[in-house]
Write a protein that binds this ligand. Structure first.
Ligand SMILES: NC(=O)c1ccc[n+]([C@@H]2O[C@H](COP(=O)([O-])OP(=O)(O)OC[C@H]3O[C@@H](n4cnc5c(N)ncnc54)[C@H](O)[C@@H]3O)[C@@H](O)[C@H]2O)c1
Length: 373
């Protein structure tokens, strides 16, 4: 008897990379959602596999714990949720896609334009779809902002800021090493900001992308991300990425974007702020993305027209609701025959802009050495 199609049975899901994101975000939600059944978990590190085994619900059938994606059988996996360190995204997702296994890949999808093309080729050759983590788009307050944006006339300018008071992930681990993370706050928080801009700006390419980076907070112990349980001594690796990035971008159709991503700052609270200037008015959303407990109490959305600023009601929802919502959308996205290539289209634009911001931020050594420390 042939296996029933997706839609008639839960989606057999392999979770690949069993670190913080898999264990805190994806595994609990996949287990709660009846559209999915977790059928395998993969991590070369024994500690990741042991932590998942320990957290297995009482009475559950033993989850196969594998050391490599090589051991996944495409006939038995409908979807792989991939949450490995950034520098492995392309290799791991590429291998799965080439084998014909659909992939839901955490952000940042890739670290270079070259990797974007490798993923596109893997998607084509294996015939499986690449989907990507875009949780912030599924927040109720961001959706509220999109609805208001549709009433602001022509969108001329968007300001995107995610500025944490403190929240450098795993200092000295892979997140703060350029060779493993691809960058700092820009590829990490900035990726989410680029992502929420897509429904506002459409698909026009970025004609210009420039920016600056700095690292004034990254080595301070108080700057670390408390919600990742990394309050102990710093990990032994290098710390050679930025904690703050600022960018200015212009689209081919003449719109401008200001972007500000900070893992740590002088602020008291972790704040995300999005302002849209349109020909018919402006709107601002203030909230806190992500899981930080050091957050704004509630989201506020305002609309300004003709000198009058009015609040717009937005629901307050439990932290992390956007991840459940994105999971709810995955079955339909997996079934959509037009879905292949869609993620890569967006990713090419995002990674191309990030590359150019980093290039423009590079300061010649003689200037850097004469700058104040
Ligand atoms: N969407 C979000 O809000 C969000 C939040 C946190 C992290 N992330 C992303 O999730 C990814 C993972 O982050 P994390 O915080 O869980 O990191 P982590 O270091 O806690 O976990 C990564 C895990 O991947 C494992 N791994 C390494 N090589 C592997 C391989 N070849 N195959 C399978 N597993 C492998 C590691 O052993 C580790 O257990 C990153 O890309 C990060 O940007 C996204």
């Amino acid at each position: 008897m042939s296996a029933p199609d997706i839609g008639e049975r839960p989606i057999r899901t392999a979770v690949v990379g069993l670190g913080w994101a898999a264990r805190s975000i994806w595994l609990p939600r996949l287990r709660r959602n009846p559209a999915f059944t977790v059928t395998a978990a993969v991590d070369p590190d024994e500690r990741g596999r042991a932590a998942v085994a320990e957290a297995e619900p009482e009475g559950a059938d033993r989850l196969p714990l594998l050391a490599a994606v090589h051991d996944l059988d495409p006939a038995e996996v409908d979807l792989a949720v991939v949450a490995v360190p950034n520098h492995l995204h392309c290799a791991v997702a590429g291998e799965l896609l080439t084998k014909g296994i659909p992939v839901f890949l955490e952000k940042p999808v890739c670290l270079t334009s070259e990797e974007a093309e490798l993923l596109a080729a893997a998607e084509r050759s294996g015939g499986a779809v690449l989907l990507a983590g875009s949780a912030a788009r599924y927040r109720a307050d961001v959706r509220g902002l999109y609805r208001i944006a549709a009433r602001l006339g022509h969108i001329r300018h968007v300001e995107l800021a995610w500025v944490r008071a403190r929240g450098v992930p795993d200092r000295g681990g892979w997140f703060t090493q350029r060779s493993l993370a691809g960058g700092g706050a820009l590829v990490d928080l900035g990726w989410h900001l680029f992502d929420i801009a897509v429904p506002l700006l459409g698909t026009a390419a970025f004609r210009h992308a420039i920016g600056t980076v700095s690292a004034d907070f990254i080595t301070q112990r108080s700057s670390r991300a408390a919600w990742r349980d990394d309050g102990g001594p710093a990990l032994p690796g290098a710390t050679d990425v930025e904690d703050t990035a600022r960018g200015f971008l212009i689209t081919d159709d003449g719109r401008s974007v200001v972007l500000h991503a900070s893992w740590a700052s002088h602020e008291a609270l972790d704040t995300t702020r999005v302002t849209i200037d349109g020909s018919g008015g402006s709107a601002t959303l203030r909230c806190t993305f992500g899981f930080s407990p050091n957050r704004l109490e509630k989201s506020t959305l305002t609309r300004t027209v003709d000198g009058t600023t009015r609040p717009v009601a937005v629901p307050t929802e439990p932290i992390g609701t956007e991840y459940d919502r994105q999971l709810d959308m995955l079955p339909a996205q997996l079934r959509d025959p037009a879905g292949r290539g869609r993620v890569i289209e967006e990713v090419r634009r995002t990674i191309g802009a990030i590359e150019r911001v980093y290039t423009s931020a590079r300061i010649p050594r003689e200037v850097r050495e004469s700058a104040p420390v």
